[in-house]
Design a binder for this molecule. Structure first.
Ligand code: GLP
Length: 260
């Protein structure tokens, strides 16, 4: 696990660099897209490179991490719509190139299975962007999630619904109670995981993710078992890391050719 501690704009650039390198080497790259505020600066940077440097997504595919259950199709906070407005519609991703679990399907169990199959049929995800919840969730794998889980229905914790109420007029009662989410094992199948976290509110979750014991109580800790994880954090999110100085020294001494 590589930990990079840097200011927010640098983190967004690093994540965009990794995605750009993949797309330039293999235009049919399969990306894993995350919602939440953490990846937004990465999307802005990718859009800039698309507009100014000819970075093309035309042959790429993308899979979403999760989706709320039961939000109306045109609801702005439906994750499919969020991904559409934050990235897909701003670059040249082909129509239908982004797939997510269908939170409005009549048969939600079948929708989860179909989504897993679509990822497998695409050959798996090359690079998965991730955020982290204050309770250590990734995608919507809340504490207690099986470390071997695949895409399924989950109940959101009160904490997550309160955290996400800011997107629903600060009214927690408007935040759906259920979601479909890639499981932890689904996420672990991606070839490179890039997790972004900023702000003091994420410091404990980041400490647990990087330095805590692997436990379903802090679902993100399962990432310690992945061979290629990059954790991109600002000073505030890194403020509880015991080995922060070591991570800083390691990154400062890293050869420029190595990439993430
Ligand atoms: C939501 C999403 C997660 C995201 C988390 C953190 O719960 N399902 O994928 O990582 O929020 O969001 P933010 O980046 O806004 O802090």
């Amino acid at each position: 696990m590589e930990v990079v501690i840097a200011p927010g704009p640098t983190l967004a650039r690093l994540a965009a660099d990794a995605i750009e390198r993949l797309l330039r080497a293999r235009p049919q790259t399969v990306l894993g897209l995350a919602t939440g505020s953490s990846p937004l600066a990465v999307y802005d940077e990718l859009v800039r490179r698309h507009d100014e440097a000819g970075l093309s997504f035309a042959r790429a595919r993308a899979f979403m991490l999760d989706e709320y259950v039961g939000l109306p199709a045109d609801h702005p906070q439906r994750y499919r719509n969020v991904i559409e407005s934050e990235i897909a519609s701003r670059v040249d991703l082909a129509p239908g190139a982004v797939q997510g679990p269908d939170g409005n399907a009549e048969d939600l169990v079948a929708a989860c299975a179909a989504f897993e199959q679509a990822i497998a049929d695409a050959g798996g995800v090359d690079l998965q962007l991730l955020g982290i919840g204050t309770d250590g969730h990734v995608a919507f794998n809340e504490p207690g999630s099986s470390l071997a889980s695949r895409t399924r229905i989950k109940t959101l914790t009160r904490q997550t619904r309160e955290d996400n109420a800011r997107f629903f007029d600060d009214d927690v009662s408007q935040v759906p109670t259920h979601c479909l989410t890639q499981g932890l094992a689904t996420i672990m199948s991606a070839r490179h995981l890039v997790l972004l976290a900023q702000g003091r509110g994420k410091a404990e979750a980041v400490h647990q993710l990087v330095e805590g014991p692997v436990s379903a109580m802090w679902p993100a800790t399962v990432l310690q078992h992945h061979p290629h994880v990059t954790v991109l954090v600002d000073d505030a999110a890194a403020s509880r890391l015991q080995l922060a100085d070591y991570y800083r020294e390691t990154y400062a001494a890293k050869p420029a050719w190595q990439g993430l």
